[in-house]
Each structure stands twice: as C-alpha cells, then as structure tokens.
Write a protein that binds this ligand. Structure first.
Ligand code: SAH
Length: 254
C-alpha cells in the first residue's frame, strides 16, 4: 500500500492523460460530424455553378432547388468506401469496388433533373452501385426500384439504404436489361451504366409521358447522355445531350 502511495502522482497523471485523450477523440468525432453538412453545401454550390455554365442546363434554368436540396441532405460519404470518405463531396466519381464507380455529383444532379421526378412518381434505376443515386431519387419520388447486376454491390447498397431508413426504395439483384415489370410501370427510368442501345423492355415499362435518361455509347468510343421521352401517343423522342464517361452496361445473369 505504502509502495502504491508513492506512485499516486504518476497514476493520477496517467488518468489525466487518458481523460484528455478521450475528450480529444470525442471532439474530433464531433468536428467530423459537423464538417459533412458544410462539405455537402460546398458540393451543391459547385454543382449550381457548373450548371450555370453548361448550355444544356443553363438554358433550362439550371438544376431545380428540390434536387439541390435533396443532394444537400443525402450523406454521400456513407455511400463510398471509408478510404475515400474524405473525398466524398468533391465533384468527381469515386471507386466503389468491383471495378465500378459512384458517379460525379454534377452528373447525378443532371440525370435527376432530366428525369423530372414528381412526388407521386415511380422510378426505376438500373445500376444501384453504391445506392447513392437511389437515395437521391428516394427524396423526390414516391417509390424507387433499383437493380444491380453485381450481387455484392446490390446487397451492400440494400443494407445501407435500409440502415439509413430509405423506406421507399426497393432493391433487386439481377440484369437490369429486362427492367422490373412487377415494380412498374414507371414515370422515369435512369440507367447509370453505358449501354449500346436503349433496352426495349425498359421502353415497354415506361408510362406514356415518361422519360428515360441513359448514357449511350461504347466502352472505348464516345458516350452521350441521352434523353428518351415517350409521348402520350407512345411515340419516342430521343435527344443526345452531353458527352459522358460511364462504366459499361453488362449483360448476363448475376
Ligand atoms: N448509380 C450508381 C452508379 C453505379 S455505376 C451509384 O449511385 O453509385 C453503374 C452500376 O451499374 C455498376 O454497379 C454496375 O455493376 C451496374 N450494372 C451494369 N450493368 C448492369 C445491368 N445489366 N443490370 C444492373 N446493373 C448493371
């Protein structure tokens, strides 16, 4: 006991050091939590600025406030791997594993804008990937159905969307070429991988007045973001918009 008594100042110092370390750790945690909304706001600012310079978006009034609002709320850092989390709010695509990428935020904003999603809309996404685009759509539409061909990505995204309480998103692992007839028909369909053509089953599952936003082009050749509109009379109107670079639309059963 006497022996310990001699050592109490150093024990006290150790205890103090541990308490300081815990406090510093907690502060760092709170600081990190605090920094995400600021980084998201900066990302939205960048998107707005870019949209104003691009003829395709500037001529139509840029990206709508409701799209920007949702993007200022969805925690993109939760949809990217931890090692690139610090880059989550930069306006660039990021790797999400399995050779796939989460799209650049501006492209997410543009594709969402082009889809013209209403509150009561049912939307289909082909290429769930990280689940980020589905989360953005979930903030605007009534229901989002999303399909991913790589099982690991589809399952991880499904679990994350559930954990983050996106209750209006339905997920499925499979080949999105065939769409999701049981989930449709859809007011809007968004394809987030570059295809050689618009898959006919998607056109079939689109309601009259609906829109498909899809990058069309090859893996090495040029790709163009393409907007397909189905008129009330079931006619198709197709418009090629800006050049883009997407991962390829793949085929086959998962
Ligand atoms: N929207 C995603 C971007 C993912 S990248 C996000 O927000 O993170 C495109 C995704 O499309 C990849 O995960 C790829 O595996 C998937 N994909 C490619 N071909 C597909 C197909 N035929 N059916 C479903 N998903 C497909």
């Amino acid at each position: 006991m006497k022996h310990l008594m001699h050592r109490w100042p150093s024990l006290l110092l150790c205890l103090l050091a541990v308490l300081i370390a815990i406090a510093a750790h907690q502060r760092a945690g709170f600081a990190a939590m605090d920094r995400w909304p600021k980084l998201r706001a900066a990302m939205v600012h960048t998107i707005k600025g870019y949209a104003a310079t691009l003829p395709e978006t500037a001529s139509t009034g840029g990206i709508s406030d409701n799209v920007l609002k949702v993007m200022s709320e969805v925690p993109r850092h939760r949809f990217v791997p931890r090692r690139v989390e610090h880059r989550a709010y930069q306006d660039r695509p990021l790797p999400i594993g399995h050779g796939q990428t989460i799209s650049q935020p501006f492209i997410v904003a543009l594709m969402t804008e082009l889809l013209k999603v209403n509150r009561d809309a049912k939307v289909l996404e082909i290429g769930t990937g990280s689940g980020y685009q589905a989360a953005v759509l979930a903030g605007l539409a009534e229901t989002v159905c999303t399909i991913e061909i790589i099982p690991e990505l589809g399952e991880t995204a499904a679990a994350l969307l559930k954990a983050l309480d996106y209750t209006n998103v339905q997920t499925k692992v499979g080949d999105g070429y065939y769409g999701w007839p049981d989930c449709g028909p859809f007011d809007g369909i968004i394809v987030t991988a570059a295809a050689g053509h618009v898959p006919p089953p998607l056109i079939k599952q689109l309601k009259p007045g609906g829109r498909i936003v899809i990058p069309i082009g090859g893996v090495f050749g040029p790709q163009y973001l393409t907007l397909v509109e189905k008129t009330a009379g079931d006619q198709l109107q197709t418009r090629q918009l800006i050049p883009v670079r997407f991962v390829p639309f793949t085929r086959g059963s998962p």
